[in-house]
Design a binder for this molecule. Structure first.
Ligand SMILES: Cc1cc2nc3c(=O)[nH]c(=O)nc-3n(C[C@H](O)[C@H](O)[C@H](O)COP(=O)(O)O)c2cc1C
Length: 221
């Protein structure tokens, strides 16, 4: 698979088969992803990979907790600014409209939206997940490094015939994740990621992108 195909075929998959992902494939992907760039090569990612019984345990605890209506864990970072301005606000609204209408959920049907959201903590059925932490002392450029690393992981997963879904949703139940992973003090759970083989029976809306000239400015010839 060439890089263009990996980039354009990557999407956030929200329905996986329960077919296990071989450990050696995950090791190959994460070994190659470590070649992602980072400022001064500090490689600020701390990744935990979860499969098998520990992942089942985590999914069960997290889903039960959310279904029970427990409070989210205290935030370690703001997912979005309290007031998201245009054009970001409009793009987020468009995403929500497309996603919920594809699921047949009315905008005001909060319960149905919650049910759909709960699938996050079941990893959308995926048999593997990773959890990426960053040291709390690091700064915005290092968070950007971690983003580059995670995209590298997702593209390499495509090269292996796998799909993924990055999930900040896991940060909302980070203490439940920590009970299973026991990360050292001082790490912030930035993002989880479900990993597996796509279930072709689960339909999805393909997200769009704005026109190039809305986000890119060419200066010169
Ligand atoms: C850092 C990050 C966190 C995300 N968190 C979630 C999440 O918690 N749950 C979810 O279903 N999708 C999540 N997404 C997926 C986005 O909704 C998705 O990337 C976006 O709508 C574009 O769609 P695409 O990935 O299919 O191209 C996340 C994406 C990123 C990059």
């Amino acid at each position: 698979m060439d890089v263009y195909e990996a980039v354009t075929s990557r999407r956030s998959v929200r329905g996986f088969k329960d077919e296990p992902v071989p450990r050696e494939v995950l090791e190959r992907v994460l070994t190659a992803a470590a070649w992602a760039p980072s400022g001064s090569n500090i490689q600020p990612w701390n990744t935990y990979v979860l499969t098998g019984a520990p992942l089942v345990e985590l999914k069960t605890c997290a889903v039960e907790r959310v279904a029970h209506g427990d409070q989210w864990d205290e935030r370690q970072y703001e997912m979005y600014p309290a007031t998201l301005k245009s054009p970001y606000k409009d793009r987020r609204s468009a995403f929500g409209r497309e996603r919920y209408s594809a699921l047949g959920i009315a905008r005001e049907d909060w319960e149905a939206r919650q049910r759909a959201a709960i699938a996050n903590w079941n990893c959308f059925g995926a048999p593997a997940a990773l959890f990426c932490y960053i040291d709390q002392g690091l700064r915005r450029p290092q968070w950007a490094d971690v983003g580059m690393y995670l995209q590298t992981v997702m593209l390499l997963l495509r090269a292996e015939g796998l799909h993924s879904c990055p999930q900040m949703a896991w940060s909302q139940v980070r203490e439940t994740v920590a009970e299973v992973l026991s990360p050292p003090e001082g790490l912030i759970l930035y993002c989880g990621m479900s990993i597996g083989y796509e279930d072709p029976l689960v339909s999805f809306p393909r997200t769009g992108r704005v026109q190039l000239d809305e986000t890119v400015t060419f200066v010169g010839d």
